[in-house]
Design a protein around this ligand. Sequence first.
Ligand SMILES: NC(=O)c1ccc[n+]([C@@H]2O[C@H](COP(=O)([O-])OP(=O)(O)OC[C@H]3O[C@@H](n4cnc5c(N)ncnc54)[C@H](O)[C@@H]3O)[C@@H](O)[C@H]2O)c1
Ligand SMILES: O=C(O)C(=O)C[C@@H](O)[C@H](O)[C@H](O)COP(=O)(O)O
Ligand SMILES: [Zn+2]
Length: 361
Amino acid sequence: MSTTQIHVTGGGDYLVNIGRGMLADPEPFFGPIFGPAVNKVLIIHPPTMGAIANKLREQLMGEREVLLAEVPDAENAKRVEVAAFCWQVLGQADFTRSDAIIGLGGGAVTDLAGFVAATWLRGVKLIQVPTTVLAMVDASVGGKTGINTAEGKNLVGSFYAPHAVVCDLDVLEKLPRNELLAGFAEVVKCGFIAEPEILDILEADVDVATDPTSTEFQRLIELSVGIKARVVSEDFTEQGQREILNYGHTLGHAIEHAERYTWRHGAAISIGMVFAAELSRMTQNLPDEVVDRHRRILESLTLPTTYGAEAWEHLLTTMKRDKKARGSMLRFVVLRDIGQPTILNVPDTSILFTAYQELTA
Ligand SMILES: NC(=O)c1ccc[n+]([C@@H]2O[C@H](COP(=O)([O-])OP(=O)(O)OC[C@H]3O[C@@H](n4cnc5c(N)ncnc54)[C@H](O)[C@@H]3O)[C@@H](O)[C@H]2O)c1
Ligand SMILES: O=C(O)C(=O)C[C@@H](O)[C@H](O)[C@H](O)COP(=O)(O)O
Ligand SMILES: [Zn+2]
């Protein structure tokens, strides 16, 4: 299968390369981006990607000096202490404005590496190399970078577009099945907000659709990146349209916070999407069949669709810190129908509690 290139213009002008074998022969994808100006490259990676990071380092060495920064796994990477560690490595190795960073890992690492690239000397070149489904279809594209604070998810960050994204599907070979399926929550999100073909492919045969060696799998990655690319190219800094990518995230982020970031992001937004669908049924007349379709598809991916009744007050408090909130007004992405997202302003939270009761087991 050949490499597909998807062009993104928001915040810059770059390509998302989707294919196989790219990391076996990386120079054609990295060399032209680095050009002669890049003398030093820092690869930021989690422990699970140590072997691949080492190999990439050896392959890119020669034309430039390549260093590695191993950071804590998963959400533990998205902490200010870890960003400070990366700044220290860059400082001690005398990285200048003409040097570059590679984010090699899942969404946690691409969010961190993006933030470090945006802030080091106020911005150096960045190539994202996503290694999970979630990072391929969502986190590595579009330039939302950031870290968490004790109060909530992604509360500190910047909009900083990468200079290229390299999605080599071969790296998914060792991705644990539960991680792979969690990433599909963002694929399902793209299906409901903008691309019904995604839902049809998943419903036709979920095992084939989630087999990383199938053509259907690559098609799903391409369709999802296509949606993300279109939205962020139109509204890079989230002045309006981009908010649709937050479907399911208002409750989802609150669940991640309540679970102290031990849950997969995809699992949390799976529940968040069912909540948003219930809210859509109550306020936008979203047909029952579409709400049921959310549950059916997410459950076919073994993703959770219920959450504990006792958690409500805590979740509501956390949701008030959501970036879409304006003053005391909570705002949610809801659906009028498949492919027709809109924003719901919620001055009175009682309606949220009613929708939430549909989720409690
Ligand atoms: N910036 C954005 O637009 C955006 C979009 C969606 C999600 N996110 C963020 O992405 C994060 C979630 O990303 P994620 O689901 O990729 O989780 P993750 O980065 O925590 O990775 C999940 C796990 O898989 C391991 N792993 C990664 N690649 C692997 C591989 N190829 N083989 C084996 N193990 C591998 C990691 O070490 C980790 O343990 C969240 O912090 C979320 O907020 C950001
Ligand atoms: O790219 C976007 O815009 C998104 O909202 C994509 C989300 O899937 C992603 O989880 C993002 O990190 C959420 O951002 P936040 O602004 O709600 O923190
Ligand atoms: Zn997300």
